[in-house]
Design a protein around this ligand. Structure first.
Ligand SMILES: [Fe+2]
Ligand SMILES: [Fe+2]
Length: 357
């Protein structure tokens, strides 16, 4: 195995309260392509939808479990903060800003980050999605000026398309603990500590081409978040093959880190475990891929089930229809407001657990 077993992000999985609304947002508004429509293999009467860029590239896939019964989630330890997609240029960022506003999706920005210029939206469930353009040699004033000029964007232009994830951002307590965990078990050795101009500390992992793909925002007093609608359920990293995956599993086992063992997800093989802050992580193989059961042009157009669930299709389809009848789609949704700076923690006022007496 190479020193860096992990190849960057494979997919990121979130929770939605309504598949139809979620699909409208990610396909019609964000311009992603649905590449798989299936069910949660551990909870087969609920959907699992996958969206990706037009080429269905690994590292562009955002997936959702539909769990309408869950309360709103919120970020913290064990509940990652946000995901970011990359676009080609700040000109594209300007088009996105006005495209989103034209669809009544409140976008905020631009923000100058250490990794680029960004705008942010919340999806219908409240999950934060960041869109990042490379910095090149522009100033934030230039980008601000660009975004202040209203443009009519009546369709998603080809050049605007979201490319791959730029990063996923998790919350951690301690830089040493995080970097040593990833180095020891996942072979991630290239880390940099960054402090942004607001004073927030980040630990960022870089791949072999010096692209960052994983950010940890560090807070010594962070508290546990909660997985619910609008929360990131887990973050998956790509490994080349099952051999690399088994090497990681052996390392986890030898240190007695609880893990799932290798699980066959049909489109890839998965291994699950938690980082020291309680975040659920996965390492997933590149193959066999989404086209193993559907031709490329038909990806995501019908409910597909792994072969071992086909015999239960009637019951599954019945349960999903029942779910839809009690969970109608409403569009447009009420997009939750974003905080002034979306890269903050906590995102919501702390919840009171005091009993009313
Ligand atoms: Fe970010
Ligand atoms: Fe996953």
């Amino acid at each position: 195995m190479s020193t860096s077993a992990v190849r960057g992000l494979h997919h990121v999985t979130l929770v939605t309260g309504n598949y139809q609304v979620n699909s409208t947002f990610y396909v019609d508004v964000l311009g992603l392509r649905r590449v798989k429509l299936s069910v949660n293999q551990d909870d087969v009467y609920h959907r699992h939808a996958f969206y990706a860029n037009p080429n269905a590239t690994v590292g562009s896939t955002i997936t959702f479990f539909e769990w309408p019964h869950l309360p709103q989630g919120y970020p913290g330890l064990g509940s990652p903060h946000h995901v970011a997609y990359r676009v080609k240029s700040v000109e594209c960022l300007g088009l996105w800003y006005w495209w989103l506003r034209g669809r009544s999706v409140p976008a905020v920005g631009p923000f100058e980050r250490f990794y680029g210029f960004s705008i942010y939206v919340r999806d219908p469930d409240g999950a934060i999605v960041e869109i990042v353009a490379p910095k090149e040699d522009m100033t934030v004033d230039y980008v601000r000026d660009l975004l202040s000029k209203r443009v009519e964007v009546d369709h998603l232009r080809e050049e605007m398309k979201l490319m791959t994830f730029d990063h996923a951002t998790l919350i951690g307590l301690d830089a040493d603990l995080v970097s040593r965990f990833y180095e020891k078990f996942l072979g991630v050795s290239k880390w940099a500590g960054v402090r942004d101009d607001m004073g927030k500390a980040y630990l960022v992992a870089e791949d072999e081409d010096n692209n960052t793909y994983l950010h940890y925002m560090l807070f010594v007093d962070a508290e546990y978040g909660s997985i619910g609608t609008g929360a990131i359920h887990h973050v998956a990293f790509a490994v080349n093959d099952e051999q690399d995956q088994r090497t990681i599993m052996r390392r986890l086992n030898s240190a007695r880190v609880p893990n799932s063992g290798v699980v066959d997800r049909f489109w890839f093989r998965s291994l699950y475990f938690r980082d020291p802050d309680g975040n659920l992580l996965e390492v997933a193989t590149l193959g066999p891929g989404y086209t193993v059961d559907e031709p490329p042009e038909l990806l995501g157009t019908r409910l597909v089930l792994p072969p071992w669930l086909e015999s239960r299709r009637t019951a599954i389809e019945g349960a999903l229809a029942e779910l839809d009848s009690t969970n109608p789609a409403r569009w447009p949704p009420n997009f939750p407001a974003l905080p002034e700076d979306p890269e903050v923690y906590p995102l919501f006022p702390p919840r009171s657990n005091t009993l009313n007496t």
